[in-house]
Design a protein around this ligand. Sequence first.
Ligand SMILES: Cc1cc2nc3c(=O)[nH]c(=O)nc-3n(C[C@H](O)[C@H](O)[C@H](O)COP(=O)(O)O)c2cc1C
Length: 177
Amino acid sequence: MNAPAEKPFLYVVVCAAGIAAGVGELIAAAQERNWEVGVIATPVAMGGFFDSAAVEARTGRPVRSAWRSPSDPRPFPAPDAVVVAPATFNTVNKWAAGLADTLAVGTLCEAAGLGVPIAVLPCVADALAAHPAYRDSLARLRGMGVRFGEPYSGMPDERGVRAAFPWAGALDLLQTR
Ligand SMILES: Cc1cc2nc3c(=O)[nH]c(=O)nc-3n(C[C@H](O)[C@H](O)[C@H](O)COP(=O)(O)O)c2cc1C
């Protein structure tokens, strides 16, 4: 009997937005779609924005946030695809500018050059999204082939209802084009 084929490996990059607490929903949806998942979080996101122990239990891998030591082996295989969810104003702008000062942004800067599909679900307040640097960043990243979900501010509407964050939509975006 043939050995089962290896699953494709998905990097999930998590930034420090309040909505990050729900990232388990994305991981579960990805695993249901046969992805092996490794999570890379920004250092700020590691400061209580999501339950990293629960994510480690669910993925069976450490959550990465810092660079490895040069003598350490690479903890994750190379990615077959990358999802950034939630993506913050800060990380989107640094990524577009090529400022690789965190493992998360460094990984994103490299991923575009690897040619793997990259899907992004921003969570950025309307007031921040109006900043011209952010608009330029989106245009630059789109020009690199990065796929973006609909704008999501995380703010409740006039009835006090906050729209659901489209976690699984990131996986659909990976399949477009
Ligand atoms: C409770 C809380 C919620 C936040 N939510 C957001 C958010 O939804 N979007 C965003 O762009 N920044 C948000 N921020 C600000 C970011 O955490 C901050 O800009 C941080 O530097 C982002 O770091 P990172 O991009 O490296 O994760 C939030 C901050 C706090 C304290």
